[in-house]
Design a protein around this ligand. Structure first.
Ligand code: MG
Length: 250
């Protein structure tokens, strides 16, 4: 069931989104060779709790961190660890959610650690742009397939591949609500978008093949061919005037 949000709820969600975005930026600014993903997780945790919010991911289905931190061939759901130390040339995906006054914000970004290869930087740039291509389609009257197709077409035109097993989602009083928001699709197909819907659009784009697998820890999702993966996400409200990104600062 898709829950539409009132304007009062959207204003709370904007605050949750800002907290999520600031926590993500603070962690991103700390990405450098020698720091552990555990330390990045602490930055996220400390900021969110200082703001009177709660980290959406902590203990979600048993997840042990406040952020998912996924390095190189890890696509999503990487567990922050003291022994995972970043190196020059890594790409580091940080996924952060915050719950404020009962509503969630959810966003992710992939940061370069120091100088990265041209190939890695091109993947980051393309995945970021594929997110904006998807967001542009998030307007009343369009359908979910328009969003997925926009992301997929942009990524595949550059010979990257789109992860199928994990998708975006509705966001609200629950972190994951209906509808599912795939990063692939057919224009004009799927659920019709309407004002009041809030969705997380989150392309997961692989440098190599699209297949992924779950690691032994039961959480960490890696590319099957161990090629690099990038992940960018915003929480977006669909309004009569078009898409409004809630996970942005003023
Ligand atoms: Mg999400």
């Amino acid at each position: 069931m898709i829950v539409l949000k009132t304007s009062r709820e959207l204003s709370i969600m904007r605050k949750a989104g800002k907290i999520s975005q600031t926590a993500l930026r603070l962690a991103g600014e700390a990405v450098q060779p020698g720091i552990s993903t555990w330390e990045l997780d602490k930055i996220v945790h400390n900021y969110i709790t200082k703001m009177g919010a709660t980290p959406s991911f902590l203990h979600y289905q048993g997840f042990p961190g406040s952020a998912c931190i996924s390095v190189n061939e890890v696509v999503i759901h990487g567990i922050p660890k003291k022994e995972t130390i970043l190196k020059q040339g890594d790409i580091v995906s940080i996924d952060v959610g915050a719950c404020y006054q009962g509503f969630h914000g959810d966003n992710a970004w992939t940061f370069p650690c120091g100088e990265v290869s041209q190939e890695a930087q091109a993947l980051l740039d393309a995945t970021e742009q594929s997110l904006y291509e998807g967001i542009r389609q998030a307007r009343p009257g369009n359908r979910l397939g328009d969003i997925g197709h926009a992301v997929q077409a942009y990524a595949e035109a550059r010979n990257y591949s789109v992860v199928r097993e994990f998708v975006g989602h509705g966001v609200g009083a629950k972190l994951h609500e209906d509808p599912s928001v795939p990063n692939y699709g057919t224009p004009g197909r799927g659920v019709r978008l309407q004002a009041g819907m809030v969705i997380a659009i989150e392309p997961m784009i692989n440098y190599g093949r699209k297949e992924v697998e779950v690691s032994k820890d039961g959480w960490t999702i890696v590319t099957k061919d161990r090629s690099l993966a990038a992940h960018f996400e915003h929480t977006v409200a669909i309004t009569p005037d078009g898409p409004v990104i809630l996970t942005l600062l003023d």
